[in-house]
Ligand binder design. Sequence first.
Ligand code: DX5
Ligand code: ZN
Length: 245
Amino acid sequence: MGRDSAADDAGRRHSLGTLVSVVELVPSILSADFARLADEVAAAERGGGSVIHVDVMDGHFVPNITVGPPIVQSLRKHTRLPLDCHLMIENPDEFIPAFAEAGANWVSVHYEACRHLHRTLELIASHDMEPAVVINPATAEDLLIPVLGMVHHVLVMSVNPGFGGQKFIPYALKKIRRLKELRQEMGLKFRIEVDGGVAHDTVARVVEAGAELLVAGHAVFGEGHAERDARSLLEAAQRASMQAV
Ligand code: DX5
Ligand code: ZN
């Protein structure tokens, strides 16, 4: 899959010539039925999901364990959508080649987990994947200024990472707004992703703040109706996006 497959769609011209962002739904498989993963992903795609989010947890950086490169490799055979691998792990450098080999497209690493963040982002890009950086709720977005020019997207956590189905932390909205301002001031193109507690009651606020890549786990897979629930969440996001223009 081309490195810029989704980035090329990062913006569209609206009739007045203003560049406006396109919102995309990024279903997180964390809340899917793992025994039926290919079917779950296919359903989320039919509902309008356009990127698949894979939460990788190591039991050290976060208090939970999930999946790794073998699941990415299996998923790769069942979907052509970009696989967005969110690494909530210590020492991500050690595993980046394995994710590339498995077929990952986007790889995001936590600011808090990287001693040499610049090097890690370069390593991801050197494996022909899109590099991205993630910040926890307690990390200030301005700390990312030195690397904003080298990332495909910034992921703003709106919950403390580790579990699906948590309550949205509203302070994330302020960070999303600030990143949007920084992007304009610096003349950059990185996209803004939000992850955690994105659901019907919060989606309009994250879109209005400027988030474009909307990760949603429980809201898509939690009720066992991924197609239906992806569609209704994406429609709510698109309505908010139209109102924000
Ligand atoms: C949390 C993960 C999220 C999680 C979001 O650590 O990074 O991607 O799946 O789940 P919801 O949408 O249920 O908050
Ligand atoms: Zn995630």
